[in-house]
Design a protein around this ligand. Structure first.
Ligand code: AMP
Length: 965
C-alpha cells in the first residue's frame, strides 16, 4: 500500500515507450505461421483493412463440428531484453446465436498460450510445452468490421506475459470451436524513456518482469556538472519513472539552463557548484571569459584571502589623520582620527611603531621592550593609545600605521601611516635596586647603594627609611643624604633592621627600594633608648589611625632644623595616603615652586584676542592657545603689569603654583605660565560666561531652581575637592566662581589665602570679605574648611537671589554686629525651604556644627534626585529684612519648645511640613529630617530624643494632676 501511495506522489511525468517485437500488420508478404491441423483448422487469409491496406489474418470457423482443437503458433519472437511482453490481439468473433443449427458445438472464446525457447528450432507445435496465458472472449461479439459481406465488431484484447527464462518465445492461439478471425497480433514491451532529471541523465530502461516490479536506475551527471547526491530513479512496470532521488549540480563557472549546464556569460561568475546560478561580478571586478569561477579585481583593487568572492574588491586605507600627542611626564597619550579613505572595508586596524631618536640626528632606534602600550601596540581597533614607561627627557617618534585586510595583498607599507615626534618630561627616579651594609658595629653601620637604573634627572637627595624588623613599620626613622651612603648610628645591638632607600629628583620621590635586612653586632649590656641622632625623625603611626594634618604641622614645627622641609610634607602626605596641597610659600625660591606645579608655555603659542576683565595684578584677556600636538583651545590670560615688585611677582605666581596642584572639573584649570619673558602670564581655561555674580545679575530670574541647585552642586563639589586636599580658600564668593558655556561653575581666585596670612592686621583692613567670612575668621583669623562652609552658605544666598549683595547696603560693622547677635540672612524670594535651611546650617555659630562639604554635596544630590522637595518655598518674604530668631509667640508650642532646646531655626521648616504640635513631632525620623533639610546629625538626635523626653514628662505631669473619681 505504502509503495503504491508513494508512487502516486512521485510519478515523474514522462510517457512510456513501447517497443514492438511483432506486428502482423507490418509484416510484408504472408505470415505462414504453423497451424495444427495443417488442413481444416486455422487458415491464413489476406484482406483489406479499413484504409484499404492489405493485411494478413487467420480465420477458423468449424462451429458445426464438435471437439475442435485448432492450434496456430507464431514464429519464434526474440525477446530483445524484454522481461514482460504485451500481446495485443484484434479479432472478430461470431455470436453463436447468430448461426442457425450450431447449438452445443459453437464456442465464443479462444485460448492464448506461450512457450519460451532459446532458438527458432521447433517446426511443429508441441502443445504440451505451451503454457496458457488466458482464455480470451470477445467484448463485442458482433463487430462493426466489414468482413466479407457482413459488418462485424472488432475486439481488442491485451494480455501480458513474463518472459525471462529464454532468449525468445512463441505464442499460440487455440481454437475450440469458435468462428473467429485474428485481424492483427501485436507483441511489444515497455521501457521508461531516456530522461534528464535533476541534471542527471537516466537511460532508456526496460521495465521489470512483474507488474509491480521497480527497476532501480542510477543516473549520470550531465556535462559540466558534478554529483551532489547519487542520482537515482525507479522505472515502473508501466514505463513511468518514479521517485527521483539525489541529483547533480553545475560545476563552478556553469549554471543550470534547460536540464543542462551552461557557462556563465562574460561579466558573470559562479564560484561554487552549490551557488544557485551565475552572479554579476561584484563592484570593482570583472570577468573577461565565459565560464568564470571568480571575477578578477580591477587594477588597484584587491581581495583578501578571507574575503568571499561575492564581496566587492577593496583598497588599503589611507593614512590615519589628525594625530595628537599629549605628553604627561614619561607617558604619552596618542589619539588620531580614522583614515579619510577606508578602502571600502570595515576591518581597519592600527599598529604603533615607537622609535627613540637622537637629538639633531636622523638616527632612530626601536624603543625597548620595557615601554608599555595600552590597550596594545598592534591590531588596535581603537584610535587611542597610552604609551608609558618611556624615558624622561627623550625624543620619541611614534608612527601609526593603518592597515586592513588587503594591505598585505596590495603590498602597501609606509604610505598609510602618520607620525609624531614628542619629547618626554621629567619623571621620578626608578627604585634603588641594591643596598649594602659595611662597618657594622653594635650601634651603627654604614649603608651604601647604587644610583637607580633610571634616575630620570639629577638626583637631589636620597631618603633612607629603616625600622627594627620586629617593629614592622609601626615605628620607623628617616634619614636624608646627598651621597650614596649614610652612617646609620644609634641602633640597638644584636637587632635586625629593615632598610629602604629612595631617590628624589626635581620630579619628586621615586618608589622605595625593596626591603634589605641587616643586623647589628651583639652587646652584653644593651642600652635602651640611647640617644637618637638629631637628624632622625621618629614617626609613630598607631594602628590604622592616620595623622591629622594639624598634627603633622605640629611635628614639623618641633623638628629642628629649619627651613620647613617640603620633602617632609611630601613624605607625610604619602604616609597618610591622601594628596595634600603644598603651600608654594614653603619654597624659598618661588620659581622652583612654579616649575614644580605649572608648565612653562612658549609665548609664541598664545594669541591674545581681547580684554575681558581687570584683575588685581593687571588685565585679564581672552585668547587662543595652540600647543604642539594638541588641539587649539580658548584660554584666559592674566598678566602681571609692568613695574611690579618682587612681592607682587611672587604673589602673582603663587596663584598659578596653587592652581597647578588641582585637577577637578569644578576647579579652574591651569594651562601653564609664561615666566621666561615679559609680561609674566598665567594661562587658564576660558570660561565663556565670566564670573557667577555678574552672570546671575544679567540673567535675573531666568533659571529653574534645579539649574540653580546644579550650579551650587558644582561649587560644592569643587570645594569638597579643595577641602580633601586640606586647602582653605578664604575668599569663596560668587564673584570668584567662573561659569562656562555649559553653565558649569568652577572655583577660581586662589590669591587671597596668602595675602591674609601675611597680614596680621588683615581682619581689620578693607581686604577681608566681611560679608562672606565666618565670625571666627573675622575675629581671630580662624580660617578653616568650616569657615569656607560659612562662605559657601553666602554663595548659596547669592545664587538663589540672582547676585543680590549679601546684607544689601548695610555697612561691614553692622553686618559683624548683626551676625554676632544671631541674625541671619532670610530666604531670598522663591527660595525653597530646604535650601534656606542648608544656608542656616552653614551659618552655625559653632563651626563644628556646620555641615561638611561632603554632607552639603550629598544633600544637594538628594534634592536634585527628588526635585519635589524643592517646591516648598517660604513664600515671598519682604526684603530686605533679617530673619528674626527671637519672635516666637507663646501659642506656637513647637516654636517655644524648639527655642528651649536651641533649635528654633527649624521652626519654619517644621511648620511648613505640617509639624504643628509636639504629638506630630513624635513621628519625626532621621529620613524625614534628611528630606526636610535638617541634615546635621547632632540636631537630628537632639530633636528625636527631646521630643520623646518632652512627651514623657507631659504624660507624667498629667498623671500627677488627675483626680481619682
Ligand atoms: P580675577 O583676577 O581672577 O578676579 O579676574 C578678573 C576678571 O576676569 C574676572 O572677574 C572675570 O570676569 C575675568 N576672568 C578671569 N579668569 C577668567 C577665565 N578663566 N575665563 C573667563 N573670564 C575670566
Amino acid at each position: 500500500m505504502c509503495g503504491t501511495f508513494l508512487f502516486i506522489f512521485f510519478v515523474v511525468s514522462a510517457p512510456e515507450r513501447l517497443l514492438t517485437l511483432l506486428d502482423t500488420r507490418t509484416v510484408p508478404g504472408e505470415l505462414k505461421w504453423a497451424a495444427s491441423p495443417s488442413e481444416g483448422g486455422w487458415e491464413e487469409v489476406s484482406i483489406m483493412d479499413e484504409k484499404n491496406i492489405p493485411i494478413r489474418t487467420y480465420q477458423v470457423c468449424n462451429v458445426l463440428e464438435p471437439n475442435q482443437n485448432n492450434w496456430l503458433r507464431t514464429d519464434w519472437i526474440p525477446r530483445s531484453g524484454a522481461q514482460r511482453v504485451y500481446v495485443e490481439v484484434k479479432f472478430t468473433l461470431r455470436d453463436c446465436n447468430s448461426l442457425p443449427g450450431v447449438t452445443g458445438t459453437c464456442k465464443e472464446t479462444f485460448n492464448l498460450y506461450y512457450h519460451e525457447s532459446n532458438e527458432d528450432k521447433d517446426s511443429y507445435i508441441k502443445e504440451s510445452s505451451f503454457i496458457k496465458v488466458d482464455t480470451v472472449a470477445a467484448d463485442e461479439s458482433f463487430t462493426q468490421v466489414d468482413v466479407g459481406d457482413r459488418i462485424m465488431k472488432l475486439n481488442t484484447e491485451v494480455r501480458d506475459v513474463k518472459v525471462t527464462n529464454r532468449k525468445g518465445f512463441y505464442l499460440a492461439f487455440q481454437d475450440v470451436g469458435a468462428c473467429i478471425a485474428l485481424v492483427s497480433v501485436r507483441v511489444f514491451y515497455k521501457t521508461c524513456p531516456l530522461t534528464v532529471r535533476n541534471l542527471a541523465t537516466f537511460p532508456d530502461t526496460v521495465t521489470g518482469a512483474d507488474t509491480s516490479s521497480l527497476v532501480e536506475v542510477r543516473g549520470s551527471c550531465v556535462n559540466q556538472s558534478e554529483e551532489k547526491e547519487e542520482p537515482k530513479m525507479y522505472c515502473g512496470a508501466d514505463g513511468e519513472w518514479l521517485v527521483p532521488i539525489g541529483g547533480c549540480l553545475c560545476n563552478p563557472g556553469y549554471e543550470e539552463k534547460g536540464a543542462a549546464c551552461k557557462a556563465c556569460s562574460v561579466g558573470f561568475y559562479k564560484a561554487k557548484s552549490t551557488d544557485t546560478g551565475c552572479s554579476k561580478c561584484p563592484p570593482h571586478s570583472h570577468s573577461l571569459r565565459e565560464g568564470a569561477t571568480v571575477c578578477d579585481c580591477h587594477s588597484g583593487f584587491f581581495r583578501a584571502d578571507s574575503d568571499p568572492f561575492s564581496m566587492a574588491c577593496t583598497q588599503p586605507p589611507s593614512a590615519p589623520q589628525q594625530l595628537i600627542s599629549v605628553v604627561n611626564e614619561t607617558s604619552v597619550v596618542l589619539e588620531w582620527a580614522p583614515p579619510r579613505r577606508l578602502g571600502g572595508r570595515s576591518d581597519t586596524s592600527y599598529s604603533l611603531e615607537c622609535l627613540i631618536c637622537q637629538t639633531g640626528s636622523q638616527l632612530c632606534l626601536p624603543c625597548g621592550s620595557d615601554v608599555l602600550f595600552a590597550p596594545g601596540q598592534t591590531g588596535l581597533k581603537t584610535t587611542r593609545v597610552v604609551v608609558s614607561e618611556l624615558r624622561a627627557h627623550t625624543h620619541y617618534t611614534f608612527i601609526i600605521h593603518a592597515r586592513n585586510g588587503v594591505s598585505q595583498a596590495s603590498g602597501a607599507g609606509a604610505a598609510q601611516s602618520v607620525s609624531v615626534t614628542v619629547t618626554t618630561n621629567q619623571a621620578a627616579p626608578s627604585p634603588v635596586s641594591a643596598i649594602q651594609a659595611s662597618d657594622v658595629t653594635r650601634h651603627s653601620l654604614l649603608l651604601s647603594w647604587q644610583q637607580p637604573d633610571r634616575p630620570n634627572g639629577v638626583i637631589l637627595e636620597y631618603e633612607v627609611k629603616f625600622y627594627e624588623k620586629d617593629q614592622r613599620e609601626r615605628s620607623y626613622r628617616i634619614m636624608r643624604t646627598f651621597s650614596r651612603s649614610v652612617d646609620v648610628t644609634g641602633l640597638n645591638p644584636l637587632t635586625v633592621y629593615v632598610f629602604h632607600v629612595r631617590a628624589r629628583t626635581a620630579a619628586g620621590y621615586g618608589e622605595f627600594s625593596a626591603p634589605f635586612e641587616f643586623s647589628t653586632n651583639s652587646d652584653p649590656f644593651p642600652l635602651i633608648g640611647e640617644g637618637v641622632n638629631s637628624a632622625f625623625l621618629l614617626l609613630s603611626i598607631s594602628g590604622v589611625g592616620i595623622l591629622h594634618l594639624h598634627n603633622i604641622f605640629l611635628i614639623l614645627l618641633c623638628v629642628p632644623p629649619s627651613p620647613p622641609s617640603l620633602s617632609l610634607l611630601f613624605l607625610l602626605s604619602s604616609v597618610a595616603g591622601v594628596k595634600i596641597y603644598v603651600d608654594p610659600f614653603t619654597y624659598e625660591d618661588p620659581d622652583q615652586a612654579i616649575h614644580e606645579f605649572a608648565k612653562e608655555i612658549d609665548v609664541s603659542s598664545i594669541h591674545i584676542e581681547r580684554v575681558i576683565g581687570m584683575g588685581e595684578f593687571g588685565e585679564v584677556c581672552s585668547g587662543r592657545l595652540r600647543v604642539q600636538g594638541k588641539r587649539e583651545i580658548y584660554v584666559a590670560i592674566k598678566s602681571l603689569k609692568a613695574g611690579y615688585s618682587d612681592k607682587q611677582r611672587r604673589d602673582f605666581l603663587s596663584e598659578a603654583s596653587i592652581m597647578g596642584q588641582f585637577d577637578h572639573p569644578n576647579i579652574i584649570r591651569l594651562e601653564g605660565v609664561v615666566t621666561r619673558c615679559k609680561p609674566l602670564m598665567i594661562i587658564t581655561e576660558y570660561m565663556e560666561n565670566g564670573s557667577l555674580d555678574a552672570f546671575l545679575r544679567k540673567h535675573d530670574g531666568q533659571f529653574t531652581v534645579i539649574q540653580l541647585v546644579g550650579m551650587l552642586r558644582g561649587i560644592a563639589s569643587g570645594m569638597k575637592y579643595l577641602s580633601d586636599m586640606s586647602y582653605v580658600h578664604r575668599d569663596l564668593a560668587a564673584r570668584n566662581i567662573l561659569v562656562n558655556s555649559n553653565l558649569v561653575c568652577k572655583v577660581s581666585d586662589f590669591g587671597l589665602s596668602r595675602v591674609l596670612e601675611d597680614d596680621p592686621e588683615a581682619a581689620y583692613t578693607t581686604r577681608i570679605p566681611i560679608r562672606w567670612t565666618a565670625p571666627e575668621a573675622i575675629s581671630y583669623r580662624k580660617f578653616t574648611t568650616a569657615s569656607d562652609v560659612w562662605s559657601y552658605g553666602i554663595v548659596m544666598w547669592e545664587v538663589v537671589s540672582y547676585g543680590e549683595r549679601p546684607y544689601w547696603d548695610m555697612n561691614n560693622q553692622d553686618v559683624i554686629k548683626a551676625i554676632e547677635e544671631g541674625y541671619r540672612l532670610p530666604a531670598p524670594m522663591d527660595c525653597p525651604v530646604v535650601l534656606h535651611q542648608l544656608m542656616l546650617d552653614c551659618w552655625e555659630r559653632e563651626r563644628a556644627e556646620r555641615p561638611t562639604f561632603s554632607q552639603i554635596l550629598n544633600m544637594l544630590d538628594k534634592l536634585i534626585r527628588n526635585p519635589g522637595t524643592l517646591r516648598r518655598t517660604g513664600g515671598d518674604r519682604p526684603t530686605p529684612t533679617m530673619l528674626d530668631p527671637g519672635v516666637c509667640v507663646p501659642e506656637w508650642s513647637v516654636c517655644v519648645w524648639l527655642q528651649s532646646i536651641g533649635l528654633e531655626r527649624y521652626r519654619d521648616t517644621l511648620a511648613a511640613a505640617g509639624y504643628t504640635s509636639l504629638e506630630n513631632l513624635l513621628a519625626l525620623t532621621h529620613q524625614e529630617m534628611d528630606r526636610l533639610g535638617i541634615i546635621t546629625p547632632s540636631h537630628q538626635d537632639i530633636l528625636i530624643a527631646s521630643v520623646q523626653q518632652e512627651m514623657l514628662s507631659q504624660m507624667q505631669h498629667m498623671q500627677h494632676t488627675m483626680v481619682p473619681v
